[in-house]
Design a protein. Structure first.
Length: 181
């Protein structure tokens, strides 16, 4: 079978050890590749690839004393662009609602602040943040999408996300996110 999806996403971290801990211990992913790069101008870049479990990867580069690169900067895409914390995010497949609940339970057990299961009509999701401030999502597709789904229309009335959940305000705070460095 010819693969045509994403090979890897390349992101940045200021704390590669904390990032490795999160993605291996909390997400349960394995490290696929690590290397260190020495830019021509000096400094060092630590580089790690995580196997997401389906043949695609997420990589992080961690610049250290690289000329022209600030020592501290926003490592999440939203605050770096001065956007609300829910625009740029990465969603990962789960095959069922049961698996989605298992992912949520596991993350909560690991001390990760996770939303309740959000209902988007055609899929259900949970949201949480990595140590770099990136908004992550596990998502289960509920049904096949059809022609009617492709029409741009206001779905606000039917897309209630967290319904009448009394902790709804807390869930939206996770989505909005505090800027991370």
């Amino acid at each position: 079978m010819k693969r045509a999806g994403v090979h890897h996403l390349g992101l940045v971290t200021l704390d590669v050890e904390r990032t490795i801990d999160f993605y291996t211990n909390k997400m349960g992913w394995k490290i696929a590749w690590c290397d260190m790069l020495t830019p021509h101008d000096g400094g060092l870049i630590k580089h790690v690839f995580f196997d997401t479990g389906d043949g695609s990867y997420i990589s992080f580069m961690s610049p250290q004393k690289v000329p022209g690169v600030p020592v501290e900067f926003a490592t999440d895409l939203n605050s770096a662009q001065r956007l609300p914390g829910y625009y740029y995010h990465f969603a990962f497949w789960v095959d069922s609602l049961e698996e989605l609940q298992e992912k949520r339970d596991n993350l909560v057990e690991q001390g990760v602040d996770v939303t309740a299961i959000a209902d988007h009509e055609w899929c259900k999701s949970i949201y949480f943040r990595d140590p770099n401030g990136m908004l992550l999502e596990f998502c289960a597709t509920l049904r096949e999408l059809g022609d009617e789904d492709q029409v741009m229309r206001d779905r606000s009335a039917t897309n209630v996300m967290f319904g009448d959940d009394p902790e709804q305000e807390r869930w939206f705070k996770i989505l909005s996110g505090a800027p991370a460095k």
